[in-house]
Design a binder for this molecule. Structure first.
Ligand SMILES: Nc1ncnc2c1ncn2[C@@H]1O[C@H](COP(=O)(O)OP(=O)(O)O)[C@@H](O)[C@H]1O
Ligand SMILES: CC(C)(COP(=O)(O)O)[C@@H](O)C(=O)NCCC(=O)O
Length: 251
């Protein structure tokens, strides 16, 4: 890592991820996603000059510790969703209501060269966002794979989830299989439904899938080739790197 490298930190509702980024030498699509703990992040951040944070968690103790990363020397920037950035206008009238991780995913796909696209981030939530040209036209927030499974097993006394079991796209013949397969089918249903809906508004578009459960979703999508889906494990970090590159250009 060179002196110019910035530390990009993605704080989701389940995991903490980070990557080092140097605008002079890093290739956006090749940014490594490293999962970490807050304690380890505090150690890692000691060697950073600049730290960019994308955080959707709201725990006040966590935010306090994040604000102290790399102090007293590092420059810390908390990124947020904006009305307009990298040539894309946000559809939210109250832009602060949008999760900054969604905005980073939206910017990532633009930075990867797409014009019209759907972006899905399969994390704690499954988020869907649609962009046509210069405009984000809206999106969805649905339960993510693990949350769906936990929710149904917590709300229904006889529904048992076996977290060791990965879903497959087939009908189950016992409760844990029905739960695991049903949660996967829900994710696939969101992607297919969004693609159908978007096709009514936009003739040609790309589909990007990311997030911790993104590879699992992508691998199990029956129509991924006809839909032209692409999987990136690091969409939030790519969006952050695109923002940092732009900020560096303007300084
Ligand atoms: N190395 C890993 N560590 C933890 N979770 C992982 C890992 N790889 C994939 N996952 C999956 O990531 C999901 C959460 O996705 P992620 O995008 O990290 O969520 P968030 O951004 O909401 O924290 C979990 O449900 C888990 O299945
Ligand atoms: C929808 C989310 C919970 C997704 O977060 P994640 O699954 O990455 O932890 C997050 O983007 C968020 O808190 N959004 C705020 C509401 C909104 O985007 O409208």
């Amino acid at each position: 890592m060179s002196d110019a490298a910035s530390l990009l930190v993605d704080i989701g509702n389940t995991n903490i991820k980070y990557s080092w980024f140097n605008p002079d030498s890093s290739v956006l699509s090749e940014l490594l996603t490293c999962y970490t703990s807050l304690d380890a992040l505090e150690e890692i951040s000691k060697s950073a000059n600049s730290i960019y944070i994308c955080c959707v968690a709201a725990d006040s103790e966590l935010i306090k510790r994040l604000s102290q990363l790399g102090q007293p020397t590092a420059n810390i920037v908390f990124l947020k969703a904006r009305e307009s950035e990298l040539g894309i206008a946000n559809s939210y009238p109250v832009v602060n209501n949008m999760g900054v991780d969604r905005w980073m995913c939206i910017l990532a796909c633009r930075a990867l060269g797409s014009k019209n696209y759907l972006v899905f981030h399969a994390g704690t939530a499954l988020t869907t966002d649609a962009v046509i040209g210069h405009a984000h036209i809206g999106g969805w927030i649905s339960t993510g794979y693990t949350v769906s499974r936990r929710a149904i097993s917590q709300q229904a006394a006889k529904v048992v989830d076996n977290s060791e079991l990965l879903g497959t796209l087939q009908f189950g013949s016992d409760t844990p299989y029905c739960v695991a397969n049903g949660a996967l089918a829900q994710l696939i249903g969101v992607v297919s439904t969004a693609a159908d809906l978007f096709a009514e508004q936009c003739e040609q578009f790309d589909i990007f899938i990311g997030g911790g459960d993104g590879k699992f979703l992508y691998d199990n999508l029956p129509n991924k080739l006809t839909l032209g889906c692409q999987y990136f494990d690091n969409l939030v970090l790519i969006g952050m790197a695109a923002v940092v590159s732009e900020l560096n250009k303007n300084t």
